[in-house]
Design a protein around this ligand. Structure first.
Ligand code: NAD
Ligand code: TYD
Length: 352
């Protein structure tokens, strides 16, 4: 029986990946390693927690001895590495936390895999889940391809670029079999309300201002999280070693247009008059070093592995809104306590 380690499986994307793997692969022994930081939440995966081939391990990837011992004990055949500090705004206030988890944490996993697998890499795979933000910012035109040079601008993207480089370096230097994917912005159920879409959904529900950074003309390419999980499954099983695949939604939106669409859909769901939620839109001070535009050319994964998104943005957004409205308790839990402090620091104190 293959043993698979998924890191960060209590987080947003990780929880969808863990669920998919547990449900689809009863022949794998699946270990979910997560430190349960503010972003990790076991409530995201209660439906699979009792599966016989699934084990949750609470632990920190920055602890090298712990990681080595875990690999020695279980001798994993495959690693899907998603654990990370993932929010750009937090990386601006605390960059070192991003170096620790995203760079050192990834190094610890690489070192443990290398030590346990030694030179016998047959059937082994280290899969690093990364972001398109490593490529930096696009102007008005063009798309990121797998050969676009790395040019990260935020401490978050610099830390992810660094970890991508180390994964590649371990492949080139030690022959470690790896794959990397660089994906565009995800959205969907279980998204922590620090990112644009879930933060705005929560604020609309609570009739709070919607803080649009700068002029709102920044552009992102949005992908429904379950489509990302399908792509990850496909790349883990069918991707080629030592290759990178870009994953994206073919779905660019300027922030302000996205926010207006979200407001329209929320008005309908909440039975509010059309235009009611849009009144909450408030332009606030811009994010420092704000990347203008991200857009992915996902033709490689489409041509080589046959992947494409399954839902339109309108459908995905509706599913997302429905999930938040049906999971009020989840939203209340994650927005109490520390979240209030974060919100105050990030929005009430800093923005003008
Ligand atoms: P998230 O912040 O929702 O979840 C991160 C998870 O990692 C949490 O469960 C957290 O508890 C865990 N974690 C953090 N530090 C840890 C540590 N030191 N040890 C063990 N676990 C730790 O993040 P996400 O949005 O689900 O992103 C998952 C991965 O996908 C990240 O590597 C991110 O860079 C990448 N990614 C995210 C997006 C996106 O739009 N969210 C897009 C492309 C790539
Ligand atoms: P975010 O969800 O933080 O993802 P990323 O920075 O990784 O792309 O932000 C998406 C876009 O929305 C980005 O251009 C910043 C903008 N944004 C706001 O305008 N207001 C907000 O409160 C947040 C969180 C983001």
């Amino acid at each position: 029986m293959k043993k698979i380690l998924i890191t960060g499986g209590a987080g947003f994307i990780g929880s969808h990946v863990v669920r998919r793997f547990v449900n689809r692969y009863p022949n794998y022994q699946i270990y979910n390693l997560d430190a349960l930081t503010y972003a990790g939440n076991l409530e995201n995966i209660t439906d699979i927690e009792n599966a016989p081939h699934y084990t949750f391990v609470k632990g920190d990837i920055t602890d090298a001895d712990f990681i080595h011992a875990l690999f020695e004990k279980h001798r994993f055949d495959g690693v899907l590495h998603l654990a990370a500090e993932s929010h750009v705004d937090r990386s601006i206030t605390d960059p070192l936390a991003f170096v620790k988890t995203n760079v050192i944490g990834t190094m610890n996993l690489l070192n443990a895999a290398k030590a346990i697998w030694k030179d016998n890499f047959e059937g082994k795979r280290f899969y690093h889940i990364s972001t398109d933000e490593v490529y930096g910012s696009l102007g008005a035109t063009g798309l990121f391809t797998e050969t676009t040079p790395y040019d990260p601008n935020s401490p978050y993207s610099a830390s992810k670029a660094s970890s991508d480089h180390f994964v590649r370096a371990y492949g080139e230097t030690y022959g470690l079999p790896y794959v990397i994917t660089n994906c565009s912005n995800n959205y969907g159920p279980n998204h922590f309300p620090e990112k644009l879409i879930p933060l705005f959904i929560n604020n609309i529900i609570n009739n709070k201002p919607l803080p649009v950074y700068g002029d709102g003309k920044y552009t992102r390419d949005w992908l429904f999280v379950e489509d990302h999980a399908v792509a990850i499954d496909l790349v883990f099983h069918e991707g080629k070693n030592h290759e990178t695949y870009n994953i994206g939604g073919f779905n660019e939106w300027q922030n302000i247009d996205l926010v207006k669409l979200l407001c329209q859909q929320m008005d309908k769901k909440l039975g509010r008059a059309d235009g009611e939620s849009a009144k909450l839109i408030t332009y606030v001070k811009d994010r420092p070093g704000h990347d203008l535009r991200y857009a992915i050319d996902a033709s490689k994964i489409n041509k080589e592995l046959g992947w494409e998104p399954s839902v339109t943005f309108e459908q995905g957004l509706e599913k997302t809104i429905d999930w938040y409205l049906a999971n009020e308790a989840w939203l209340k839990n994650v927005t109490s306590g520390d979240y209030q402090k974060y919100y105050e620091q990030q929005y009430d104190k800093q923005q003008s």
